[in-house]
Structures are given as structure tokens and as C-alpha cells.
Write a protein that binds this ligand. Structure first.
Ligand code: ATP
Ligand code: NI
Length: 307
């Protein structure tokens, strides 16, 4: 049994146009994924592919205009809204994508203290600040006074202070320097070494490859492949899905070959396989039938042609 198991998760938003016409947008479709204790699973994919929404669905913090189907199980038991509320901020914690999640009007020390569940909040906060190299004077600062690196450490401190068993880290989009990224990744690795399960959400495949045990490749609202990190090697021969192979080959240290076309918008998804319009291996079947997830060599793939 995995610590976290996500099975066939779908998320649909209902919005209204200016003419009050109802529009539905499915942003996550039939997504399956699992994370074990002591393991880092990275979810990588382009901007807008639904990565942050996956995190919000697991935590039960999606906006009210969303509909969720499928199941998320934590320690083998389904995550109901009630259970999500109980576990959130305790056993399951989010390291949010942006400092915007910090209260702009509250001093950092106080904010971190509010996440302490038992014992002396000030003492616990100071211990965690020390662990993450946040100087004592940081306590009295407001979020806007923090550097990028300090903000990341403050967000992590807030998340780990309740000693969670599952951490969902939604890594920020560009803007952080390499040292800050390295440090954030090393901190996550350390948490996993101590037995925590980590779901690392990232647009940065190179960063993810440095620390993760498994990589889930996200495309247009679903996982097209879940592969052990070792499979990202050579020319990508060990990878199962054409999109994962293409992502790998597009990296500067590899062949640097860009992928033709663009990711489809959630409300304009193809009828068959989501990658079909950009896929060189697509056949007539791929145009009309959606491939289901299947196990191929210790990994999962959503492609008819994968071997
Ligand atoms: N409240 C909402 N109502 C309607 N659509 C939404 C809402 N929130 C997000 N979306 C859409 O859902 C899709 C996925 O968004 P999400 O934030 O999960 O992407 P992401 O993969 O985390 O991207 P990034 O790498 O930029 O953080 C996007 O197309 C976004 O526009
Ligand atoms: Ni995001």
C-alpha cells in the first residue's frame, strides 16, 4: 500500500460567460499516481498542465466552482473532505508555489508559529528557523522583506513544523537563482531520507531529475508516463511515452530539439490521445480512442505504442 494513491482523478471547472452561459472546462482527466514513504515523486509538465490543481485536489482546497471525481487514498483510506481538513497542515502539508500564500500583514515568526500544533510554539518556530538558516531577526520581518531564498525557506519551515508525513511542494516558476533551487531540492531530499513522502511539483525537469526517485510526466491534464528516474538517460530509449522522450531530448545538454506544436487548451482537447496532434507515431486509432494507463517495465504509460 502506498502512502498516497491517486486514482482516475478528474477536475472540472464551471464558469459563466458575460452572457451567463455555463462553460465547463476539464483541467485534470483520469490522473493516476502514487507516492511511497521515503520517496520523492516529481510531477513535471508545462505551465497550465494542471500540476498545482493536482496539489489542491489532494489537499481539498480547490475553488468552489470545481467538480472532482476519482479517488485519493491516504494510508489506504479515501480522502474525504472531512479527512482532508483534519490532515491538512498536520500529516499532509503544502509548500505553496508562491509567497503570495503568506499573510502579507503578519510577521513571519508569528505566521510560522500558527502552524505549530503542540508544545511551545515560539521554541519550535526558532528551532525550525535555525534548521533552515533563517536568522533570528527574520521573525520580525514581513513577507515582502524576504529575499527569494528566504521566502522559500520560510514556506518550507511553515510546512515542516507540524512534522508531516506527506509534503506536497509546488515549486515556483522561474525567477529563483540556481543556488536557491539547489538548496530547496536538498531540503526536500533530506525530508524524504527521514521517511517523509514528497510530491514535488515542478516545471523544471532538470531540477526534478536531480532529486526525485520517480518522475510523473504531465501533459494536458493527465500523466502520460510515470518512470523511475534512471530511465531518463541516453537518447531516452528507456522512456515509454513519445512526449517524455521529446521532453528529454529537448534539454540543452541533450539534443536540444524543440517539440513541434503546443499543448492543447483544456476546453479544446483532442478526441483520442491528448498528444496525438504532435506525435510522430500517431495512428488512426490514436485519433479516436483515448489510451488508458498501463504498466510497462516498472512504469506507467498512456500510449498504445509504448513497449
Ligand atoms: N479557478 C479556475 N477556474 C477555471 N480554470 C482554472 C482555475 N484555476 C486554474 N484553472 C486552469 O486550469 C489549468 C491548470 O492550472 P494549474 O495552475 O494547475 O497549472 P500548472 O501546471 O500548475 O501551471 P504552472 O506551471 O504555471 O504553475 C490552467 O489552464 C488554468 O487556467
Ligand atoms: Ni502551478
Amino acid at each position: 500500500m502506498s502512502l498516497l494513491e491517486v486514482e482516475n482523478l478528474s477536475v472540472t471547472f464551471t464558469n459563466y460567460t458575460s452572457m451567463l452561459r455555463k462553460v465547463k472546462r476539464q483541467v485534470i482527466a483520469n490522473l493516476s499516481l502514487s507516492v511511497e514513504a521515503g520517496e520523492i515523486v516529481a510531477v513535471v509538465g508545462a505551465s497550465g498542465s494542471g500540476k498545482s490543481l493536482l496539489a489542491h485536489a489532494i489537499l481539498g482546497i480547490l475553488p468552489v466552482n470545481s467538480d472532482v471525481s476519482g479517488t485519493c487514498r491516504y494510508k489506504g483510506t479515501p480522502l474525504t473532505a472531512k479527512r482532508q481538513k483534519e490532515l491538512r497542515g498536520n500529516e499532509i502539508c503544502l509548500v505553496p508555489q508562491s509567497v503570495a500564500y503568506l499573510d502579507p500583514l503578519m510577521k513571519i515568526g508569528k505566521q510560522v508559529q500558527t502552524s505549530v500544533n503542540t508544545g511551545d510554539a515560539v521554541r519550535t518556530q526558532r528551532k525550525v528557523f535555525e534548521r533552515y538558516r533563517l536568522a533570528k531577526k527574520t521573525e520580525n520581518m514581513y513577507p515582502f522583506q524576504l529575499s527569494g531564498g528566504m521566502a522559500r525557506r520560510a514556506l518550507l519551515a511553515t510546512a515542516v513544523i507540524s512534522e508531516p508525513q506527506l509534503i506536497i511542494a509546488d515549486e515556483p516558476t522561474p525567477g529563483l537563482d540556481a543556488i536557491v533551487i539547489e538548496e530547496a531540492l536538498a531540503n526536500l531530499r533530506e525530508l524524504a531520507e527521514n521517511g517523509c513522502a514528497v510530491l514535488l511539483i515542478s516545471h523544471d525537469i532538470e531540477a526534478a531529475l536531480k532529486v526525485a526517485d520517480k518522475i510523473a510526466v504531465f501533459y494536458a491534464g493527465t500523466t502520460v508516463e510515470v518512470a523511475p528516474v534512471e530511465d531518463f538517460t541516453g537518447k531516452g530509449e528507456l522512456l515509454r511515452h513519445p512526449y517524455s522522450k521529446a521532453l528529454w531530448r529537448a534539454l540543452p545538454q541533450n539534443e536540444f530539439i524543440p517539440i513541434k506544436g503546443t499543448q492543447p487548451q483544456p476546453n479544446h482537447l483532442p478526441t483520442g490521445c491528448v498528444f496525438e496532434p504532435r506525435c510522430e507515431r500517431a495512428t488512426a486509432q490514436c485519433r479516436v480512442v483515448q489510451p488508458v494507463n498501463r504498466t510497462v517495465r516498472e512504469g506507467m504509460v498512456r500510449c498504445f505504442h509504448a513497449t
